[in-house]
Design a protein around this ligand. Structure first.
Ligand SMILES: [Zn+2]
Length: 324
């Protein structure tokens, strides 16, 4: 049983951290430009609603909305200090996330402009790709995860990445101001509101802008069968029907309806994905000192990707869609 000090008070986090650049925020309800009342606090004059920054997080939902949004989540998908700590500090898991984000990066036509990471949790994409973009927004409804991210960013003196608390189906940005939207493993937890989330992504992306994401792969019957078997035996997963992810056709059709064209779809993750990122063995990974096993698993995965018959059986998908 691991016990980590992630529950330390975030009251050390300052309010209203300095911003590196002007934010392109808009009212999530009416998309009107917001007037900045004071630094880190905005008003929509049309809706008569105020938005502000709390503990380093720009907040665009009311407490009531937040409660309703979090009610849609399975408890295990919400912030867990110990789990979060392992994900951030286990050498093997860091190695896996590095490889994962590197692949996501490889799918991007360019890394200029504004990056929006949705369902960001601890902001693993933003932390790794932040330096490549001129502005970065890491968005979630998980307040403790966002506050933890804000705290880490402050300690690093990083002001370019903005933690944002908002509904992915009601984004606080005007039309066409985002160059890249990135999501790692979040869309399948929003299955019930997928059309609205995709419509919002399409609205805020500029024409030619890209959505890059990674979700559980679900095209192959064998992958589905093994996943169901595993979840029935898992202590931490398996209570969420959404864990199935999407088939490539489901994604293609849902995105086409909102003007996003699926341009690239890869399947990956054979041994490294379940072993280096598995919620059940994450506590064990925290104790793993050697990175050799991690390197070997990643190398094996690359080999499997080139092996006929096996290569379609990956656990995860990586895909890129373009705003038309
Ligand atoms: Zn408004």
């Amino acid at each position: 049983m691991i016990n980590v000090a992630m529950n330390r008070s975030h009251s050390e986090s300052p309010t209203n951290a300095p911003r590196s650049d002007s934010t392109p925020y808009a009212c999530p309800l009416c998309h009107d430009t917001l007037r900045e009342r004071i630094s880190g606090a905005w008003t929509c004059e049309r809706c008569r609603r105020d938005y502000d920054n709390r503990r380093g997080v720009d907040v665009f939902v009311t407490d009531e909305e937040l409660k309703a949004l979090r009610g849609n989540h399975e408890p295990h998908t919400l912030f867990d200090g110990a789990y979060h700590h392992i994900r951030r500090f286990s050498p093997m898991t860091i190695m896996y996330y590095n490889a994962w984000v590197e692949r996501l990066l490889g799918m991007l036509p360019s890394t200029e402009g504004v990056l929006l990471e949705l369902m960001c949790s601890g902001g693993e994409v933003s932390r790794r790709l932040g330096a490549r973009f001129s502005q970065v927004f890491a968005l979630d409804v998980d307040v403790p995860a966002l506050e933890s991210l804000a705290h880490d960013l402050l300690e690093r003196g990083e002001t370019k990445i903005r933690p944002v608390c908002a509904n992915a189906a009601g984004l606080p940005f005007p039309n066409g101001v985002i160059d890249v939207v990135a999501i790692i493993g979040g869309l399948h937890h929003a299955r019930s509101i997928l059309p609205s989330v995709l419509a919002e992504i399409a609205r805020v992306l500029r024409p030619g802008g890209a959505l890059v994401a990674s979700e559980p792969a679900n095209d192959h019957r064998l992958t589905r069968a093994v996943r169901h078997w595993q979840y029935r035996r898992s202590a931490l997963q398996g209570h969420d029907a959404d864990e199935d992810g999407f088939t490539s056709n489901e994604l293609r059709d849902a995105m086409a309806k909102v003007g996003l064209r699926l341009e690239e779809y890869q399947v990956f993750g054979f041994l490294a994905y379940p072993l280096m990122g598995n919620a059940d063995i994450l506590p064990w990974l925290a104790t793993a000192r050697s990175l050799r096993l991690g390197r070997a698993l990643l190398t094996l995965d690359r080999l499997f990707e080139q092996t006929p018959l096996i290569r379609n059986l990956g656990w995860a998908s990586l895909f890129r869609a373009v705003k038309l």
